[in-house]
Design a protein around this ligand. Structure first.
Ligand code: LER
Ligand code: MN
Length: 277
């Protein structure tokens, strides 16, 4: 199990100006950095990937569908734009040196139409993800698609539903990102949810029930780590929290108070807890 830190704790759009963070993350003792971006044009992925490598850090690459970008829109042109976005994200992941491209990739975060998903939307998700997975497979990248809690999406909320999606997509290049924050809201058991992912488990976000440092709240960590061990999970466990003082991040993740003494303290406390878990 390798432990990483997601850059959304510090910035909404990691770029050259944030490179000094890499040395700090390495000194704290992380194995890797998870770079988050929501736009890819002009992003110096190779340069940033090389800088992380020079620091001795592994890299994972995170994004999300946002705004009007949807793989399950009833407008074929919008679905096409979402697929192009995913393909560009996969290419950027390859350039930065990440073998995973992760995030919620069906409907835009926060889109809640006030009804259940319908059969057309499921068909469009499978169709779009099959095309994205074919692109990912050729690039040597695996998509880790994230179920979100019901307040952030109506589409895929649970590991069991994400597993159904994997079965329908049927590609080894399409897997599941399991986030303990969302699981704490939606799942009856962390261990059973992880087992439901099975071989499709591609990535893990470690996030406390209030989005704070892992170990500071009531997520079922012992159960989670025991299940990961039982599954012989060898992938990344990445601490994901959000910069409470960065307006666009606070607004997107609904963070209305500080979750730790400082972002730096959150990162270090979380890492200490996971290493000792
Ligand atoms: C969103 O709630 C989340 O957990 C992130 O991983 C999305 O980028
Ligand atoms: Mn997450």
């Amino acid at each position: 199990m390798k432990i990483g830190l997601n850059t959304l704790l510090f910035t909404a759009g990691f770029d050259r100006e944030h490179l000094p963070l890499l040395g700090q993350v390495k000194r704290w003792g992380f194995d890797g950095i998870e770079i988050a971006r929501f736009a890819f044009d002009g992003f110096p992925a190779r340069e940033i990937g090389q800088a992380a490598k020079d620091e001795g850090l592994g890299v994972t690459f995170c994004s999300a569908l946002t705004g009007g970008t949807s793989l399950i829109s009833d407008d074929a042109a919008v679905r096409g734009q979402a697929l192009d976005f995913l393909k560009q994200g996969i290419d950027t992941a390859r350039e930065i040196g990440s073998d995973v491209f992760l995030g919620p990739f069906c409907a835009p975060v926060g889109f809640l139409p006030g009804r259940r998903p319908n059969e057309d939307e499921w068909r469009w998700a499978v169709e779009g993800l099959k095309a994205a997975a074919a692109h990912a497979e050729a690039a040597g990248v695996r998509i880790a698609n994230e179920p979100l809690n019901r307040f952030e999406t109506y589409f895929v909320n649970t590991a069991a539903r994400a597993r159904e999606l994997c079965d329908a997509v049927g590609s080894p290049a399409h897997g599941i990102l399991f986030d303990t924050f969302h699981a704490n809201i939606e799942e009856r058991s962390f261990a059973q949810a992880l087992r439901a992912c099975g071989p499709h488990l591609a990535h893990v976000h470690a996030c406390e029930n209030d989005r704070g440092a892992p170990g500071s709240g009531h997520v079922g960590w012992a159960e989670t780590f025991a299940a990961l061990k039982e599954m012989d999970y060898q992938g990344w466990v990445v601490i994901e929290s959000f910069g409470a003082r960065i307006p666009e991040i606070a607004a997107a993740a609904c963070i209305w108070r500080d979750l730790a003494e400082s972002p730096e303290a959150l990162a270090q406390e979380g890492l200490r807890f996971i290493r000792n878990a």
